[in-house]
Write a protein that binds this ligand. Structure first.
Ligand SMILES: Nc1nc2c(ncn2[C@@H]2O[C@H](COP(=O)(O)OP(=O)(O)OP(=O)(O)O)[C@@H](O)[C@H]2O)c(=O)[nH]1
Ligand SMILES: [Mg+2]
Length: 380
């Protein structure tokens, strides 16, 4: 159920709407980024502003938020005017405070690939009904609100994500930046994304009616979306009750377009561009994955070991080392055994030779005896 403030999905273009409502679409969002940027808070905020009486299964709303340590999936069903969507939001552990940063984001990339893989495998089965589809339709990448630019680690990860999934950059904790700094920060980010050729989700703008086009344009222009996350309802100085964060200077409001882009982003995700995100995942990202896999392996063959996964690579290296060592040990053992055999053979040969010699001497002795015996008889 959606809340009454107009967040809904009944406003989708009609044709696709019908097709999808028949099946009840699976729709999966993912959040990722450095640790402590408010990803989990955002997920809770999104659910509690979208779904009436939604309670986080962990009921962590009012508690100190725990560090997310594993991939967590929260599911809910959105329904509006016969239109059903099974929404899943994938919360991921933050990265950035590990010694080896590579390790911390590899599982995220892997998760995205695995969903494509699972779907592809199911498509290859004779019965294709009742497929489980957890392909990620949009991945929100949380950026630390430094006011400067993206870090090399951000760029590296975003590059990998952008080629796999609809990547949506998000500026975390917008309430910590002054509006002027936020605007400049956005410009810097847009620039560096373009400069590094990172593919981010560019929502469709053009449409049949001007109003929709204008709205799309304003959504498009707002990227990278700044967000404020909060699960608290607070009082503003002018007496309103809003979802926000309270400060001595006032309240930073989640659902206020002057404070952040939360509403725009939510609109894009849940209403205006949901279909576009679903179909571009199918047509572009899944198709790309499928073709890549088809080119690299035979039909039905299991997935290759991901060279990109440093954990796996380390394991592989370890296995290879222990294998080489084992082979070397076996080889030495074999050589020793061979030497022993050669020695034994030599000993036996020598034995045989001496036996031969012995037999020879016995033979000649016998010969002599025989000879003597005969001549004696003859003499007789
Ligand atoms: N100022 C401000 N603080 C926020 C915002 N969103 C979350 N926080 C706070 O930031 C802290 C971390 O929030 P989390 O939601 O746990 O962050 P996370 O990204 O899930 O962290 P990991 O799970 O460790 O990756 C908490 O104390 C939140 O209250 C925000 O929009 N503005
Ligand atoms: Mg978290």
């Amino acid at each position: 159920m959606t809340s009454s403030d107009g967040v809904g999905i009944a406003h989708l273009p009609n044709q696709k709407h019908k097709i999808i409502s028949k099946k009840g679409a699976h729709y999966t969002l993912m959040v990722c980024g450095e640790s402590g940027l408010g990803k989990t808070t955002f997920v809770n905020t999104l659910f509690s502003t979208t779904i009436k009486n939604f309670k986080s299964p962990e009921k962590r709303h009012n508690k100190q938020l725990d560090k997310t340590v594993e991939i967590e999936i929260t599911k809910a069903e959105l329904e509006e005017k016969l239109f059903r969507v099974k929404l899943s939001v994938v919360d991921t552990p933050g990265f950035g405070d590990y010694v080896n940063n590579r390790e911390s984001w590899a599982p995220i990339v892997e998760f995205i690939d695995d969903q494509h893989e699972n779907y592809m495998r199911q498509e290859q089965q004779p019965t294709r009904q009742g497929k489980i589809d957890m392909r990620v339709h949009a991945c929100l990448y949380f950026i630390r609100p430094t006011g400067h630019s993206l870090k090399p680690l951000d760029l590296e990860i975003m590059k990998r994500l952008g080629s796999r999934v609809n990547l949506i950059p998000v500026i975390a904790k917008a309430d910590t930046l002054a509006p002027k700094d936020l605007a400049k920060f956005k410009d810097n980010i847009r620039e560096v994304i373009q400069h590094h050729n990172i593919s981010v989700y560019a929502c469709a703008v053009d449409s049949d009616d001007e109003e929709t086009t204008n709205r799309n344009q304003s959504i498009f222009n707002a990227s990278p979306y700044s967000v404020i996350g909060s699960t608290e309802i607070v009082n503003t100085s002018d007496g309103r009750q809003v979802r926000g964060r309270e400060y001595t200077w006032g309240v930073a409001e989640v659902e206020n377009d002057d404070h952040c882009d939360f509403k725009k982003l939510r609109n894009l995700l849940i209403r205006t561009h949901m279909i576009d995100l679903i179909s571009s995942t199918e047509d572009i990202h899944y198709e790309y994955y499928r073709q890549q896999q088809m080119a690299n392996r035979k039909f039905g063959e299991p997935k290759l070991i991901k060279a990109e996964n440093p954990k796996l690579r380390e394991k592989e290296e370890e296995l290879r080392k222990s294998f080489t060592e084992k082979v070397r040990n076996e080889e030495t053992r074999f050589r020793e055994w061979e030497q022993q055999l050669i020695k034994e053979r030599d000993r036996l040969n020598k034995d045989l030779e001496s036996q031969h010699a012995h037999i020879k001497s016995l033979e000649s002795e016998l010969d002599n005896l025989y000879h003597h015996g005969r001549s004696g008889t003859m003499r007789r």
